[in-house]
Write a protein that binds this ligand. Structure first.
Ligand code: NA7
Length: 553
């Protein structure tokens, strides 16, 4: 039924969903199929989330499209054909627009509307959600599909507000394509985004200055064209296989062999094979211990450094691009097309910010120690307040405190899906889940299915609200930390542990024990009637857990 009530009237729905990207769209689909009345809010003008905002030149997914797509509908699978092995942003956005139309999801979404607060009323068991236009809506459930890479990080550089040229952020790219022909451009950031932007802008600009703070390891994307139908494994088969892997990627099945057991010649052949076929996760799965043993890790890092040395002509530039001070794979490993070769162009310069810090931005350029570069445009590819940023930006008030207060020393959740003191508030790919350390679409579908099953179970069992016990949450937090500390991940400063945002608590946020193990844990907990969760039953119902819930309040 079409919702005709204006959004500014206070009304009640079963569930508010925050965000209409991959996660939000599938949450709308799933919850409406349960018969719930749903209202989603989306800050953008259209669906797409990350794939709506990040429309910078070169934006392309680094997971093969057949796996970076939904698996819930055979019809959708039959109808949609990806044109490339790794789809570019416009095609992924078109896919999400198609999904929204195909399943009639748009009528549940309030566009250009930002959720500003969510307040839990313990007496009524209801969330009151307020949007930026002052409208309020009440809901029994809130589902946070607000994304992991939502809040852009703008560096605080003196003089930035006086710059007279154009300033871009990769995550707030204008709708109309920017043209850099004949322009002098400064690009900040050499993460996945900067590495995609640099070759594209270099091809247009009069001069491109790439400002590098930390050099990145990057693996070639490999052939970009569509996989040959004859050799391709059917998409549904790949996705089924993907869920049984640590990263949710069927082609990144972890080898059983240690890099240290292989001879140098064997290692070289294996690294070379995956280097040619492309992709960072397949590269990191070449040997079982690349992310757990520093010596094994060195073998992979040295291989990539040798490759950089072969691709880049200028020795000083090679040195700057190869001076990584962290194990390969512990920062988000990048995938590129011609990134390193871009530095062979006469119109491209690499500036090492560690040796040449910026003093200030001037109206016409950038002043470093002893030099002033004249530029017409600044591009910030400086990342995000990742994983928790979008959640922290909403004033979420639980039973006893706000989410920001609760998470002041770092986020804590049970399975990444819920957090104690915030009943009926579900998070899709939240901190403590594999999320960003896995194929996001795979993780999103799993999380949404789990949430929908949980809500069904609550309704069948007259459970009015649910939240984790403090003990289960602490125990999960310990597991998240333990599995991280069995790896090399804690050795790097990354957005996985909040190090990229000044003042953000340093906690390694994703669960890196493997998507397959995480799914097994979630299934087991659900099968045991949501073990580790406190359930409040509808008035009049009797249950041993009822007193347990009361004890927490
Ligand atoms: P990332 O991976 O966070 O990369 C941001 C880059 O910007 C990285 O090179 C940072 O250097 C650099 N950065 C951040 N702040 C500054 C300042 N103040 N000055 C100079 N350079 C800075 O973001 P991306 O958008 O590239 O990728 C995010 C994810 O999107 C990616 O992992 C994929 O999942 C898709 P640093 O390394 O912090 O020294």
């Amino acid at each position: 039924m079409i919702e005709t009530q204006p959004l500014n009237a206070r009304r009640t729905v079963d569930a508010v969903i925050v965000g209409a990207g991959f996660a939000g769209l599938y949450a709308i689909y799933s919850l409406t199929r349960l018969g719930l009345k749903v209202q989603a809010f989306e800050a953008g003008q259209d669906v797409g989330g990350t794939w709506y905002w990040n429309r910078y030149p070169g934006a392309r997914c680094d997971v093969e499209s057949e796996e970076y797509s939904y698996s819930f509908s055979d019809e959708l699978d039959r109808e949609w054909r990806w044109s490339a092995r790794y789809a570019e942003q416009p095609e992924i956005h078109a896919y999400l627009r198609h999904v929204a139309d195909r399943f009639d999801l748009r009528r549940h979404i309030g566009f250009e509307t930002r959720v500003v607060s969510q307040v839990w009323d313990e007496t009524r068991g209801i969330w009151t959600v307020t949007t930026n236009d002052g409208a309020q809506i009440e809901a029994r459930f809130c589902v946070m599909a607000s994304g992991n890479l939502t809040v852009p990080n703008y560096p605080d550089i003196p003089g930035l507000d006086q710059f007279g040229g154009t300033i871009y952020h990769s995550a707030r790219w204008p709708q109309d394509a920017a043209d850099f022909t004949g322009k002098r451009v400064a690009l900040f950031g050499t993460g996945s985004t900067g590495i995609q932007i640099a070759p594209k802008v270099a091809a247009q600009a009069a001069h491109l200055y790439v400002f590098q703070r930390t050099p990145n390891f990057s693996i070639p994307a490999g052939p970009l064209g569509k996989l040959e139908a004859a050799t391709a494994v059917p998409a549904h088969e790949r996705r089924r296989k993907a869920r049984a892997t640590p990263f949710g990627l069927s082609n990144a099945v972890l080898s059983q062999q240690s890099a240290l057991d292989a001879t140098e010649a064997e290692r070289e052949i294996k690294f070379e094979t995956v280097w040619k076929s492309g992709g960072s996760q397949p590269f990191l799965a070449t040997f079982r211990d690349l992310l757990t043993d520093i010596q094994a890790n060195h073998t992979a890092a040295d291989f990539v450094r040798r490759k950089i040395g072969q691709m880049v002509k200028d020795p000083a530039t090679v040195q700057m691009l190869s001076s990584q001070d962290y194990p390969i794979g512990t920062k988000r490993p990048c995938v590129d097309t011609d990134y390193f070769a871009t530095f062979n162009r006469p119109n491209v310069s690499l500036v090492d910010l560690r040796k040449t810090p910026i003093e200030r931005i001037t109206p016409t350029g950038i002043r470093t120690e002893g030099a002033e570069l004249q530029v017409d445009a600044l591009i910030f590819a400086t990342g995000f307040d990742a994983i928790t940023g979008a959640l922290r930006n909403i004033a979420i008030q639980g039973r006893d405190m706000s989410l920001t207060e609760k998470w002041q020393d770092g986020p804590s959740t049970y399975l990444g899906l819920m957090t104690a003191g915030f009943p009926n508030l579900f998070i899709i790919t939240g901190p403590g889940s594999p999320g960003v350390k896995s194929n996001m679409v795979c993780s999103i579908e799993h999380n949404v299915d789990w949430i929908a099953d949980c809500i069904s179970w609550m309704n069948r069992n007259a459970v009015s609200h649910i939240e984790p016990t403090a003990e289960a949450e602490q125990d999960w937090g310990r597991q998240v930390s333990e599995v991280a500390h069995r790896t090399l991940f804690p050795l790097a400063d990354t957005w996985y542990n909040g190090a990229n945002i000044p003042g953000k608590p340093r906690v390694f946020m994703p669960y890196v024990g493997g998507l397959h193990n995480y799914i097994a844990a979630c299934d087991e907990i659900a099968a045991a009637d949501y073990q580790g969760f406190v359930k409040a039953y509808a008035t009049g119902e009797q249950s041993p857990e009822r007193s347990q819930f009361a004890g927490l309040t």
